[in-house]
Ligand binder design. Structure first.
Ligand SMILES: Nc1ncnc2c1ncn2[C@@H]1O[C@H](COP(=O)(O)OP(=O)(O)OP(=O)(O)O)[C@@H](O)[C@H]1O
Ligand SMILES: [Mg+2]
Length: 225
């Protein structure tokens, strides 16, 4: 369902020669895959994800989603794909601090201009994560683990085909990491494809494929399959 072909991103930096943050990456993800990508800080993981979710223009190469070239679409079609097919959990804190938890979760629903207000669906997701009592609170009133779970609920509001997560357990303690990963396992069981970036080798065991990113190059760790 998702194919990267020779995907490359070069950053122009004044001080030194242009820098290849993502270097000719090929990757093919099937429906029902749960792919983990590990790699050191600065190896190009977030840069790659930002291109896949349509936020950062590739320097060269292609991203095919169900066979359609993402970056050859017009803005409107691209936004539609992004809203309806992809659920994205960005790295770090990504909630809007002036919106309630309920409004944070249903924001992509409203942006996709779907019928209704998304309140019921958002409440169901919050209930599933045992956070219904937090619906009217604001992000600053939540713990780090709770905020991460809200970001997951927000990524799931439009029933995506693929969930793309950038270090979903970064900065979380062991217990909360387990809780978040159990949630991922449940999402995976429902048939949603997952692409996850992580620093922690332990949690790659939740998936079926592991790749390593190093200096912008991606290599599949076949032994782990
Ligand atoms: N806008 C930019 N301009 C120039 N260089 C950048 C830019 N964004 C990222 N980089 C560089 O590209 C490289 C890859 O960054 P990226 O954020 O993709 O790494 P990462 O693997 O996600 O790291 P981390 O694990 O710390 O999140 C880094 O060396 C970074 O300094
Ligand atoms: Mg990153």
């Amino acid at each position: 369902m998702l194919e990267l072909k020779q995907l490359t991103r070069v950053y122009d930096r004044d001080d030194i020669a242009p820098f290849m943050a993502v270097d000719n990456v090929d990757l093919s993800i099937m429906h029902g895959d749960f792919v983990s990508i590990i790699g050191r800080s600065g190896s190009g993981k977030s840069t790659m994800l930002n291109m896949i979710v349509g936020l950062l223009h590739p320097t060269s190469g292609k991203i095919l989603i169900n066979g359609t070239d993402l970056w050859s679409m017009n803005d409107k079609d691209m936004a539609k794909i992004r809203n309806l097919k992809i659920g994205y959990i960005p790295q770090g804190f990504s909630l809007l601090s002036n919106l309630t938890i309920m409004d944070n979760v249903r924001l992509p629903f409203c942006l996709a201009q779907r019928e209704g207000n998304g309140i019921e669906r958002a409440m169901n997701l919050l209930e599933e994560m045992r956070m219904q009592n937090l619906a009217e609170k604001y992000p600053a009133q939540l713990s780090g683990g709770e905020m991460r779970r809200v970001a997951i609920a927000r990524a799931l509001i439009n029933n995506p085909e693929i969930l793309i997560a950038d270090e979903p357990t970064g900065d979380l303690d062991e217990e909360t990491t387990k809780e978040v990963m159990k949630l991922f396992a449940r999402v995976y069981c429902k048939g949603i494809t997952i692409l996850m970036v992580t620093h922690e080798y332990d949690i790659t065991s939740y998936g079926n494929r592991v790749c390593t990113m190093s200096s912008g190059k991606l290599i599949e760790n076949i032994a782990a399959r």
